[in-house]
Each structure stands twice: as structure tokens, then as C-alpha cells.
Design a protein around this ligand. Sequence first.
Ligand SMILES: Cc1cc2nc3c(=O)[nH]c(=O)nc-3n(C[C@H](O)[C@H](O)[C@H](O)COP(=O)(O)OP(=O)(O)OC[C@H]3O[C@@H](n4cnc5c(N)ncnc54)[C@H](O)[C@@H]3O)c2cc1C
Length: 421
Amino acid sequence: MRINRRQFSAGLLAAAGVVGMPGVLRAQAKPRVVVIGGGPGGATVAKYVARDSQGAVEVTMIEPLETFVTCFHSNLYLGDMRSFESICHGYKLGSYGVKHVRQFAAAIDRDKKEVKLADGSAVPYDRLVMAPGIDIKFDSVPGYSEAAAEIMPHGWKPGAQTKLVKKQLDALQDGATIVMVAPPNPYRCPPGPYERVSVMAKVLKAKGHTRSKIIVLDPKDKFSKMALFQECWQKHYPGMVEWMDPKMHGGIKGVDPQAMTVTTDFETIKADMVNVIPAQMAGKIAREAGLVNETGYCPIDATNMKSAIDPNIYVLGDASIAGAMPKSAFAANSQAKVVANAVRGELTGSRTFPARYANTCWSVVAQDDTVKIGGRYEPKDGKIAEIEGFVSKTGEDAGIRLQTSEENMGWYAGITADIFS
Ligand SMILES: Cc1cc2nc3c(=O)[nH]c(=O)nc-3n(C[C@H](O)[C@H](O)[C@H](O)COP(=O)(O)OP(=O)(O)OC[C@H]3O[C@@H](n4cnc5c(N)ncnc54)[C@H](O)[C@@H]3O)c2cc1C
């Protein structure tokens, strides 16, 4: 009896124990994983799937950038603690077999399982991993727009916006007023705005600008590491930072970039620099593919970061609704390891492990003075829940803060090596 190739392959798979294994793909030479986004989420998944499958999975990462600028530690650049070059990273993932397509993903055809690129070509997938990060909701602050961001930068996406914040900060004279419009929850990097306030104050203090002021108009009545930040502002920059919650400003009514004013329910503040950090949502490609819910972010299965809307797609990082985990690079990198394990399991039958997630967010409040918050997370009742957490204490001695500062620098070196090379 002759057996054809299909029967032969089926026999081999049966011998290998994979026939009947749910979700294991057969019938094609190599299963294809396509990753959209080369940030901490996407690049880490691409690397780990390619590296650990040792050529058994074809991995394509779609990311227009050749060099990724990290938002994380961009505040250290603003605070003269890092050069801009030191937060720029080229991709060195080719050695693992990751194919980097330097284009924008224009659309996803979920029925055909393919990604349409900006040049009109299509990239087919067996599993798609989405990590496009966030988009700014410009219209969440009346008077603000993409054009207004050239005058009143948000600096919440890396690169040109970060440089503009730095340029404006460095040009200020003593006696200047900076107004920050802080974002509502949920947004990228919960302690980030307050770390930024701290490093801006550090720059002003170093220049002897004792008459300058930073006014923070917050739509929230509390924020991450609030007691720690407020203690540090008092200690390092007394009288310089004025934080106002909605009870104090009555509501943020809008900005006028031409007049350089910010209006609240109670007053119109004339500023020399305005940093508007609006509300945020999942990146456009995820929204247009119908992967978001009413929150503007993507619901996922807490056990593996699979989209709750499409079983062939995983979503991680800032674009996802990751329960108790904040939107951070640490979190995206941690979720990426869970996704890589789950994707390989589905496509090659490799062993999968229960999801375990972790996060730490360090914030620089002054030179050699850094605080942190973090935790471990696991799936619980359909959500990613915090299992244990920790936070720096107020009143800690300088030695601990110096050690935490060194940890922060070590973390950055380690995570960027893990993501990009
Ligand atoms: C000021 C500031 C300070 C921060 N500090 C810290 C910190 O200290 N620690 C920390 O852990 N986190 C920090 N963060 C948060 C951190 O930067 C983000 O959480 C992290 O970058 C999210 O990773 P991501 O992979 O989900 O998305 P991103 O980093 O945004 O990456 C998404 C990528 O997808 C690409 N992309 C988007 N759409 C498409 C498309 N259609 N086609 C192809 N590619 C696409 C983009 O070009 C981008 O490169 C900070 C953020 C800010 C703003």
C-alpha cells in the first residue's frame, strides 16, 4: 500500500504524540507568528518565540521604527541624568530568526488571518500578537489637538515630543510657571507624571530658579506613590510644586495654546510652559480591528493574554486591560514571556506554564533619591490580580534611596538588553 505525504505526516505527528492535541497546527511547514509593535511588549514576544522555538516557528515583527526610543527613563533625560542617545535602542533580534518588517500595519483581516501593510502587501498569520501601545485622546482636553501638542507638548510618546519638553524646560527663566495637566486613569505609567514633576523641579532648582513654580492640575484625587512624591517635593523643592485635585481647581475646562493659558472652573492660569498629558486608549490598529471594548482598551484572558474577542490574537502591554497591573514597560515585558510561552504551546505543542506576572515601577524624585512600587500578579476570578505588593516608605534614609536609585539603573540596563538584543 502506498501512503501519501499527508498520511505520512499524520503518522509522524501521531508518533510524536501531537495528534488530537488541541490547537496544534499541522499541514504547513512552519506555523507563523506575526507581532505588531516592537516596544517592550512586542519585541520581547518576538524574541522569545523565535529563540525558544529554535526555528520551528516563523516570527515576523511589524514595526516601522529602526531605533526605538524608550519612554521609560525619558524623565531621566529631562532631568539631566541620562543622554537622549542612551534611551535609543536598535533591534538586534535577527540572530534569533526574527524577521523585522519596517512598515506600519494598516489593517487586520481577522477572517483571512492576515495583516495588511501600509504598502498594500499582506502578511498571513496563524497567531497574531498585538502590542501597539497607546494613542493619545487629544480631544479629552478642550482646546488640545495634535497641532497644539507642538506648543504644549504631552511628551507621552517617545522621541520628538520628549525632546520638545526638554527644549522648553531648558529655555525657562527664573520665575517661570509650568502647568501640567495630568491624565485620568487608566494611562501609561501611573507614577510617570509625578516623576516628571520631580525632575522638572530638579532642573529648575539646579539653575537656582527659586521663584519658579510647577502647578499640577489633576483630574484625579489621588495618584500612585502620592505620599512619597509629596514628601519628596516638600523636602527637595519646598514651595515649588503645587498639586491640585478636582476639589481645588473645580475641573479642567481647557487649554489655549496661542494664549498659553489653562482654564479651570475657578481661574485662568497664564503659563510659560504647559505639559498636557491627555486621556489615552489602545493604539489605532487594535481599535480598528475591533479588539477593544467600551473602555478603549483590549480585554484579554488573564491566564495567557489572549484577546477575549479573537482566539487567534493575543494583546499585551499598554493596549491591554491587564487587571491590577499598571501600564508599564516592566509589565509589558513580563506579560510578553507569558504570551510567548502560550503561543509556542499552541503552535508547537511545547510545555506551557501557569501565568505569573511581575512589575516594579521606580521613580526618580531627586539625584540619588528614587522610590519604587511593585508586586506579583496571577490570574484570579477572570482578572489579573495582585498577589503581593510592596512600596517604598516615607522617611526612608538616604542609603536606601541611593540603593533604589542604583536598582533603577540596573533594571533599565537589564530590561533593554532583554527586549532589544
Ligand atoms: C514619561 C514616561 C515614563 C515612563 N517610565 C517608565 C518606567 O520607569 N518603568 C516602566 O516600566 N515603564 C515606564 N513607562 C511606561 C512604558 O514606556 C510603557 O508602558 C511601555 O513602553 C509599553 O510598552 P508596549 O510594548 O505596550 O508599547 P510601546 O512601547 O508604545 O510600543 C508600541 C510599538 O508599536 C508600534 N506600533 C503602533 N502601531 C503600529 C502599527 N499599526 N504597525 C506597526 N507598529 C505599530 C509603535 O511604533 C511602537 O514602537 C513610562 C512612560 C512614560 C510616558
